[in-house]
Design a protein around this ligand. Structure first.
Ligand SMILES: [Fe+2]
Ligand SMILES: [Fe+2]
Length: 265
């Protein structure tokens, strides 16, 4: 008998109101095709962080679990309630940081999936613990519990992401990159069976620069002055997602595809 296959949907960084409403619409249409839905929520409310209200709406709308990133601290009301709202923050913050960077969830009654969120160090601002050594330690513990491990590596450069992909090949089920808000066309299965894509992309305003009004970003480049980044609230919505199929016995990825849909305004 063939092994059971777990179908996971990963939604790229949700940005602002268009991102939230688009994700809920997308899940209304497609959730039934998947066993589990993970979404990156770091930009869900006004582009920076996520409020409790917006997290609850997205969970009600069909998201099962959230990963996040460097912007997760921007809405202070949720910082000490991350567990309650099914959110993990990057693992490699200092030990006293609120929330946790990894979790094991049980789905379909008996399938355990480990989820890890980790931050990169290249062009990412504040110094942070080494993601490579930090995740290696975490995997030693998680491997005792389940072979199914999904990683959101939140960082800027494709080189750091690809290096991490090869570093973890055969040790995790899948690595999905986030943070750049642009989906890369490089989804593949690495030689030892780890599914990989450099970036999942964004769920948010399509006519924007990474979610922000394009005229503001153009002004920033033209003048080199700091500007207030206002999230675009008009126009079409892009939903960028990754579909992953994992063999539950071996923990290896059998299929991975990046894709997107655009909803009209
Ligand atoms: Fe983001
Ligand atoms: Fe980010």
């Amino acid at each position: 008998m063939p092994n059971k296959i777990l179908k996971i949907l990963f939604l790229g960084d949700i940005v602002g109101r268009l991102g939230r409403t688009g994700v809920i619409k997308f899940l209304h249409e497609h959730k039934k095709e998947y066993d589990y839905v993970i979404a990156n929520c770091e930009n869900a409310s006004g582009g920076k962080g996520i409020t409790k209200k917006n997290a609850a709406e997205l969970l009600d709308g069909g998201v099962d679990f959230f990963t996040s990133g460097n912007h997760i601290w921007r809405k202070k009301e949720i910082v000490h309630s991350l567990d309650e709202y099914s959110i993990i923050r990057p693992l490699n913050y200092p030990p006293q940081t609120p929330g946790s960077g990894s979790i094991v969830k049980t789905i379909n009654k008996d399938v355990k999936i480990g989820i890890i969120n980790i931050l990169g160090r290249v062009f990412m601002g504040n110094p942070i613990d080494c993601p490579f050594r930090t995740i290696e330690e975490e995997l030693e513990k998680m491997k005792e519990i389940t072979p199914i491990i999904f990683v959101d590596f939140h960082t800027e450069t494709t080189s750091e992401k690809l290096a991490m992909g090869y570093f973890l090949d055969g040790k995790i089920s899948c690595l999905v990159g986030t943070h750049t808000h642009i989906q890369t066309n490089d989804a593949r299965i690495l030689p030892e069976g780890t599914g990989y894509i450099s970036d999942a992309g964004m769920c948010g305003p399509y006519q924007s620069v990474l979610g922000v009004k394009s005229d503001i970003i153009i002004e920033t480049y033209l003048t080199q002055r700091p500007t207030f980044f206002e999230i675009e609230s008009a126009g079409e919505t892009i939903i960028s997602y990754v579909s992953v199929e994992i063999d539950t016995e071996t923990g290896k990825t059998t299929s991975i595809n990046g894709n997107y849909v655009v909803y009209k305004a």
